[in-house]
Design a protein around this ligand. Structure first.
Ligand SMILES: N=CN[C@@H](CCC(=O)O)C(=O)O
Ligand SMILES: [Zn+2]
Length: 424
């Protein structure tokens, strides 16, 4: 039995309370429900009580000796961060393509010439379970060191039934073996594999008729995602794939309007997607339809930064009533990072979001984007005891002192997994 953990005297305890039943929109994204001189008691893997230190002192004085006490004076305490869009499980690395892009090649040119997603697919197909597990686990450890306690992970570098299952099985094994919780997404429609280059519709049929049913039957994923982009999957193909997923119980997500405007946001609204992700080139009409349909925008400013493109307009989306979440998009091509705090910095600097909005986007709204808000994303009684403690006095300083890993302590399911910035 792990001891209870009592975090005391937080200079700010940002609870994000009150947003569990539906995603947080509009001005409410600025409300963090902060408790000053905050205190929280974690026991049996669950949050037992949250309040001022004075309140908890009254309640737990007698039991103080049993607990591991963390003095959070001068520190910011938040829910464990949640990354709702990653390509965590993959093999290999693409620094050569980064260099090509710096010399003028575009992301799509590299992909169309057999690189990009195709090169990671080749590496992932060639990797054993054990190799994929080991490489992905290293990334998970780094996520934890950056304060992240839940991660969504997509397949999509297998592009055959067998190799897609391999990625999803590794994600499941990592979920069981690692402190971070993983929520899996099937993304067989990440690229048209080279062997189907002349007949992409035949590959769409394989995704619909063979892959989706098997992934669903083996309960290897919660979501079904598609890269809807000119030269990858058309809106019509994407719709077929997403609707097929729904018929098998997989909830739709979509990579939309990343490189070119392609009515991806509109498609997301029309199929009732849980989220539409990227949206760098989303139309005003699409944004409006997403707000009406309650589709969450998962914004990935690190990808725009790394591709040297203009970021999505997070400010406009929030002002028009879209619920916004934020993510690293961790992948070897367009965003090889695990630093969700840096991505939050970019949310402020490149998407016009406030420090409070990016914290909402990386906690409770991120939880909604992966349908986990009933158990994580805020510090409320009964939720999982997932907590991150930053070595800054307040949420504004977390954004102001940018590009630094301020994580001091991470607690996952009530257990201290990072202490003094190192894996415990
Ligand atoms: N855009 C599509 N997929 C990934 C990138 C994948 C890759 O380049 O390997 C993304 O979300 O950015
Ligand atoms: Zn992605």
């Amino acid at each position: 039995m792990t001891k209870p953990v009592w975090i005391r005297h937080a200079s700010q305890l940002a609870t994000l309370a009150g947003g569990s039943s539906s995603p947080v929109v509009g001005a409410k994204m600025n409300e963090l429900s902060i408790i000053e001189d905050g205190s929280i008691w974690l026991e049996d893997g669950v949050i037992q009580r949250v309040g001022t230190d004075e309140e908890l002192e009254l309640h737990y004085r007698e039991r103080a000796k049993e607990a591991q006490i963390i003095d959070a004076s001068g520190k910011l305490v938040t829910p464990g961060l949640i990354d709702p869009h990653t390509h965590l499980v993959h093999a290999g690395s693409r620094q050569n393509e980064f260099n090509m892009r710096l010399n003028g090649a575009t992301y799509m040119e590299i992909m169309n010439n057999g690189g990009g997603i195709h090169s990671t697919t080749a590496a992932t197909r060639a990797a054993t379970h054990e190799e994929l597990f080991a490489q992905s686990k290293q990334r998970l450890d780094q996520f934890l060191l950056h304060g992240v306690t839940t991660v969504e992970a997509k397949s999509g570098y297998g592009l055959t039934l067998e190799d897609e299952l391999k990625q999803l099985e590794v994600a499941r094994q990592l979920h069981e073996a690692h402190p971070i919780d993983i929520v899996s997404t099937f993304m067989g429609a990440h690229a048209v594999p080279r062997e189907y280059k002349e007949n992409p519709d035949a590959f769409v049929d394989v995704v619909i008729e063979e892959m989706i049913p098997e992934v669903a039957r083996r309960k290897l994923a919660v979501f079904n995602d598609v890269f809807c982009e000119r030269g990858v999957f058309t809106p019509e193909q994407s719709r077929r794939i997403l609707e097929a997923g729904v018929r098998h119980g997989l909830l739709p997500k979509i990579h939309a309007d990343e490189i070119e405007p392609y009515e991806g946001a509109e498609l997301a609204a029309s199929v009732g997607a849980v989220s539409a992700d990227h949206l760098l080139r989303a139309s005003d009409k699409g944004i409006e339809q997403m707000a009406e349909a309650g589709v969450i925008a998962v914004l990935l400013p690190g990808t725009a930064f790394f591709l040297m493109a203009e970021s999505a307009n997070g400010r406009k989306m929030i002002d028009r009533g879209v619920a916004v979440a934020i993510s690293t998009d961790c992948n070897p091509g367009s965003s090889p990072t695990v630093s969700l705090p840096l991505i939050m910095n970019l949310g402020c600097l490149k998407m016009g979001m406030t420090p409070a909005e990016v914290l909402t986007a990386a906690t409770i709204n991120a939880a909604h984007a992966i349908r986990c808000a009933h158990e994580v994303g805020s510090l409320e009684v009964g939720k999982k005891a997932d907590v991150t403690i930053f070595d800054v006095p307040d949420f504004m300083t977390l954004q102001y002192r940018y590009g630094i890993n301020h994580v001091n302590t991470v607690i996952k399911n009530g257990t201290i997994v990072v202490a003094e910035g190192r894996l415990a």
